[in-house]
Design a protein around this ligand. Structure first.
Ligand code: SF4
Ligand code: MSK
Length: 631
């Protein structure tokens, strides 16, 4: 197909992606960047006021358009945008929690010896979580204990009454806020189902009431599904510790069989990393003239196996099609979430074989090889065998040279040890540095990338500005990958930090930007924030600590759910791109202001990255002032 020329430099700050964009344009291979330029978003949809939940409509409603104030049923803009927002939260919670369910089932199978290749790796964390859940550990071996932990956490998905267990991890004052509002989640699936029910035609039509359930659903994700996924993955695969690796498309190797793992669940990729070391497969690779088997990641699957295995990262979400355009990807293996349907078309333009592997997701044109915990090794080996057979079919290969160092693996436990030492693990040194002003506060910069903004540039602009102003930055998801590509995730990046933060980073030997994991690992940030509160000196609740979050390049419903669980937990969150409430003044006023009366935090919308950074700094300074530590 003949494509119009694009200005690559305007589309991204990533030179490797610019190179591949120029190549795809030249070769007539359409990517998300080209499609985004062709499609303008619907203004009603952007503002959240397009309703299609019944067929008296669909209705496009606007506070400002004459004759469009309500839908056919009489629904107002604030009701429609709150319903849509609630459904985004539910979809995000469902995605993270279904991921967690799959992990829990594999965890259980591993404990029972029914999942070849999987075993309980972090017994220390297993015993800590078991104690927290009130499970007696004495006299039980790790598999028996893991079975009980797995069953107890799996039961939280279908639980109808009571409270999710990890809610008790939150600061006491925060739990009181949730009790007062009646938003403590009872069961993970229950809250998601109830949100879908409440937002169906003719049910809950009061926007604040809808949002209170939105809060409960978001907590069922942050302190429920996502937290369960993180904890069980740590026990199953090992809790991350700092690890050096490489990032960007330059990690693909011209002389090796390249296999990209992409999506979110680390289960099959863990087995693929192990299988890629198999002598028989390495011999087969040599037989077709390859010098090895190179596994690289994209998106959150990349973050998961990067943090635990040091597997190189080929790129973030918007590089999935660009990676294939190198002509050097012999197989791409996907599971769930953030996988573009366009991959099927792009793969057909090169020699790449695309494999779908989850029972929940197929793509036209892909080869479906379904993974389950019993057949994992066979599927992993079969895909590698097919990738090897595909290697000789390569045509022209063009791999960008960009390959940047990064350090990942900053789990909550690691930060604890790093700051306080193995035997005095503690967040107290961090609190002390916030109190004495060396560190101004902590900001989480997380989430996706979006071709509607300059890919990668917003993340890195904000992060550079924050660290220059002594803000310690925690990153996850695609934001982490984009920052890594700019060299911000190595200890040497401390040179870019303000003098106070730089001093702390140099003393501890840590980067000023800490890679804390994948999207479900945003739950680690809740735990880290709570640890700061519990160390003392910075207030009694997450809403009092100088912390703030943002997702400047977001695109996924999961990002809305994550943002909402931070706001519900007392942390103010800023989003860029566009915001799905702006079609309703009332609902926007609530999210950007009124909600503070309920939870002590708000959303804010700021598309300009420098203005976003300044707003975060202002929020941190206000918190410092309120604590009386404005030094
Ligand atoms: Fe229109 Fe009301 Fe139906 Fe929504 S629920 S599509 S606003 S009639
Ligand atoms: S992968 S959810 S694009 S961060 Fe988690 Fe990246 Fe956003 Fe997907």
């Amino acid at each position: 197909m003949k494509l119009k020329a694009v200005n690559e430099k305007a589309l991204t700050n990533c030179s490797a992606s610019q190179q591949m964009l120029a190549k795809t344009t030249r070769e007539g291979v359409e990517t998300a960047f080209h499609r985004a330029l062709k499609k303008k978003p619907c203004p009603y949809g952007v503002g959240g006021t397009c309703c299609r939940i019944c067929y008296m409509g669909p209705c496009r409603v606007s506070d400002n358009a004459p004759g469009a104030a309500t839908g056919v049923c009489g629904a107002t803009a604030e009701t429609i945008s709150a319903r849509n927002f609630g459904r985004m939260i539910a979809a995000g919670a469902a995605a993270h929690s279904d991921h967690a369910r799959e992990v829990a089932l594999t965890f259980l199978a591993a404990a029972r010896g029914e999942a070849p290749g999987f075993e309980i790796r972090d017994e220390e964390k297993l015993r800590a979580v078991a104690a927290e859940l009130g499970i007696e550990a004495a006299g039980k071996n790790k598999n028996r204990l893991a079975e009980e932990v797995g069953l107890k956490l799996l039961a939280e998905f279908g639980q109808q009454e009571g409270e999710l267990h990890f809610i008790r991890r939150a600061p006491a004052k925060r739990q009181e806020v949730w009790q007062r509002l009646g938003v403590v989640p009872r069961g993970i699936d229950r809250e998601i189902v109830e949100m879908m029910h409440r937002t169906s035609v003719g049910v809950d039509q009061e926007y604040v009431h809808l949002m209170l359930h939105g809060m409960r659903t978001s907590l069922a994700d942050g302190w429920g599904g996502s937290m369960i996924a993180t904890e069980l993955q740590d026990i199953l695969f090992g809790t991350p510790v700092p690890i050096r690796a490489k990032v960007n498309l330059g990690v693909l190797k011209a002389d090796q069989v390249n296999i990209i793992v992409h999506g979110h669940e680390p289960l099959l990729p863990e087995l693929m990393v192990a299988a890629a070391k198999d002598e028989e497969l390495l011999l087969a690779a040599r037989g077709v003239g390859a010098n090895g088997i190179n596994i690289a990641g994209i998106c959150c699957t990349a973050n998961e196996i990067l943090m635990r295995k040091g597997v190189p990262v080929a790129g973030s979400v918007l590089q999935q099609e660009l990676a294939i355009a190198t002509g050097a990807v012999d197989a791409m293996v996907v599971d769930v979430q953030c996988v573009m349907q366009g991959l099927g078309t792009v793969a057909r333009c090169y020699h790449t074989e695309l494999f779908t592997t989850s029972s929940r997701a197929q793509i036209p044109g892909a080869i479906h090889l379904e993974f389950n915990h019993e057949n994992g090794f066979e599927v992993a080996r079969e895909i590698i065998r097919r990738a090897i057979a595909n290697f000789p079919k390569r045509r022209a290969v063009e791999i960008p040279t960009e390959e940047v160092d990064l350090v990942a693996g900053f789990s909550h436990e690691t930060i604890n040890y790093m700051l306080g030492g193995r035997f005095r693990a503690s967040y107290r040194p961090l609190n002390d540095n916030i109190i004495n002003g060396r560190i101004r506060g902590v900001a989480a910069v997380v989430g996706c990338s979006n071709p509607r903004v300059r890919f990668g540039d917003l993340h890195t602009t904000i992060v550079r500005e924050l660290i220059a102003n002594n803000v310690l930055v925690l990153v996850t998801g695609c934001a982490a990958i984009n920052c890594a590509k700019e060299g911000l995730l190595i200890p040497e990046a401390a040179e870019l930090a303000g003098s106070g933060l730089r001093e702390v980073c140099e003393a501890v030997g840590m980067p000023p930007v800490l890679h804390c994991g994948s999207c479900v690992d945003n739950s680690r940030l809740l735990v880290a924030g709570t640890a700061i509160v519990k160390e003392g000196g910075l207030g009694e609740d997450l809403s009092e600590v100088p912390v703030c979050g943002c997702a400047p390049e977001w695109m996924s419903e999961k990002a809305i759910c994550i943002g909402q669980y931070f706001v519900t937990s007392g942390v103010t969150v800023g989003f860029g791109v566009a915001f799905p409430s702006t079609g309703s003044e009332k609902f926007s006023d609530y999210l950007f202001g009124g909600i503070k009366e309920h939870v002590g935090a708000t959303w804010f919308f700021e598309p300009d990255p420098m203005a976003m950074a300044r707003q975060i700094i202002t929020i941190l300074d206000e918190k410092r002032k309120a604590l009386g530590i404005d030094v």
